[in-house]
Design a protein around this ligand. Structure first.
Ligand SMILES: Cc1cc2nc3c(=O)[nH]c(=O)nc-3n(C[C@H](O)[C@H](O)[C@H](O)COP(=O)(O)OP(=O)(O)OC[C@H]3O[C@@H](n4cnc5c(N)ncnc54)[C@H](O)[C@@H]3O)c2cc1C
Length: 393
């Protein structure tokens, strides 16, 4: 086993860290969406780790993506939510499952930060059970017509392009699902921002969809294959979300170490008290353990090997770690943890998302336990990487 990152990945990490410290961190507490940072990340190539050059990428791989994601999240977990959509789930799903025409129209612009994307699974009555979608996608001969309602859509108020999951026949359940790329500048596409606890720089929307259309070339996969598309998108998204959890947990640890080395009580730095040391030790172990698990998932994806099980374990462990780390950071900071002057109150609010998004902690537990108990194998051959991804130029 080699735990060293390659020189190329270390260079990407350095660039991401410099960008995060100079451009993201000073504005992390501004609770607004920052379009200029999206453009800059696109220019720097930070969204392009997993993409070949012809799609605007740098082909550094999924492990590189994971490492960059961590750095962004360490500075602002809300921006990391956007990062997932822009650097992974939206363009990668179009690249993996889209027609050549759809790839040409959308992937490069998303990877370069010129267009903003969103992914639409969740609905008022549909969360973990995505195959129960009530959104209707109809084949109208020369185009698709879509009607429904989506909730909790990150980037929902700012996206130019959306991947919408729906069904052409709900009775068929999984087999009735389809995924279609939709351009949002249509009269029937109506987003409304949803107020929320954390992740304030990532706007979330509920979206009313009425007679929205998409050309035939915007179908992802084949008709009725939307569930498969969704599962691969979620696997890849879990690399980003797990990495984001590790980055935020690292930020909790960094802040706690700093404070424990500054705050004096009973004539001593609080970091000299054994009980505080115990908290720090536990945080270090959780962060490093979660990091290794998430990176293993990303690395397996780089090798073209199945990784559904491993990234579910990584995302689950990282989600648990960050929620605990955020609570521990509050503890180390005492009353100052509660203060808006300190970063940890934001970490505390942002952390909870990691037990919800891209499959809840329970859904990860189900997947992991079903595999362990021999009920359902998690690593099935559904993750395909067509050869024509490779840059032939
Ligand atoms: C900040 C944020 C951003 C988000 N961004 C997006 C986005 O961009 N696009 C998108 O489509 N969605 C997004 N979501 C929605 C998110 O994916 C869902 O919240 C998540 O999938 C869970 O669905 P739900 O909230 O409907 O919970 P439910 O599925 O209703 O679950 C409620 C509870 O029941 C548990 N539960 C459900 N089924 C089972 C089961 N079979 N066994 C055991 N326990 C179970 C869950 O674990 C959970 O604890 C976002 C959510 C948040 C909070």
């Amino acid at each position: 086993m080699n735990f060293d990152l390659t020189e190329e990945i270390v260079a990407m990490q350095d660039m991401a860290r410099k960008f995060a410290e100079q451009d993201v961190l000073p504005r992390a507490k501004e609770d607004v969406f920052k379009r200029d940072l999206v453009a800059k990340m696109g220019e720097l190539g930070l969204f392009g780790c997993a993409f070949p050059p012809r799609y605007g990428g740098v082909e550094a791989g999924f492990l590189a993506h994971s490492v960059v994601c961590e750095e962004i999240s360490r500075a602002d977990s809300g921006l990391r939510s956007l990062f997932n959509l822009q650097a992974m789930t939206v363009p990668y799903t179009i690249m993996e499952w889209g027609t050549e025409a759809a790839r040409k129209k959308y992937v490069r612009d998303l990877v370069l930060g010129r267009k903003i994307g969103c992914t639409c699974f969740s609905e008022p009555n549909v969360g973990s059970d995505i195959a129960a979608t009530e959104t209707r996608i109809e084949d109208r001969g020369d185009h698709f017509r879509i009607n429904g309602a989506k909730t909790w859509i990150s980037n929902g108020t700012v996206a130019d392009v959306a991947i919408v999951y729906g069904s052409f026949d709900r009775k068929l359940k999984h087999r009735g699902m389809c995924a279609v790329v939709v351009e949002t500048d249509q009269p029937g596409w109506t987003p409304r921002e949803t107020p929320k606890l954390g992740d304030k720089s990532s706007p979330i929307a509920e979206i009313h969809i009425e007679d929205v259309t998409a050309p035939k070339e915007n179908l992802l996969g084949i008709w009725g294959e939307g569930f498969k598309v969704a599962m691969t998108a979620l696997d890849r998204g879990r690399i980003s979300v797990g990495s984001g959890a590790v980055g935020l947990a690292q930020a909790c640890l960094d802040a706690s170490v700093k404070y424990a080395n500054e705050r004096v009580q009973f004539g001593k730095l609080i970091g000299e008290f054994q009980l505080v040391k115990g908290v720090i030790a536990e945080m270090v172990s959780m962060v490093e353990g979660a990091r290794l698990l998430v990176r293993r998932g990303a690395w397996l994806n780089d090798q073209g090997r199945p990784f559904t099980r491993e990234i579910a374990i990584g995302k689950y462990a990282a989600g648990e770690a960050v929620v605990k780390a955020a609570g521990m950071a509050m503890e180390v900071h005492g009353g100052m943890g509660y203060s808006l002057e300190m970063p940890v109150e934001k970490y505390y609010r942002d952390a909870k998302l990691y037990q919800v998004g891209e499959g809840t902690a329970n859904i990860m537990r189900l997947l992991i336990a079903d595999d362990a108990l021999g009920i359902k194998k998690a690593n099935r051959p559904r993750v395909h990487v067509p050869d024509d991804f490779r840059d032939l130029d």
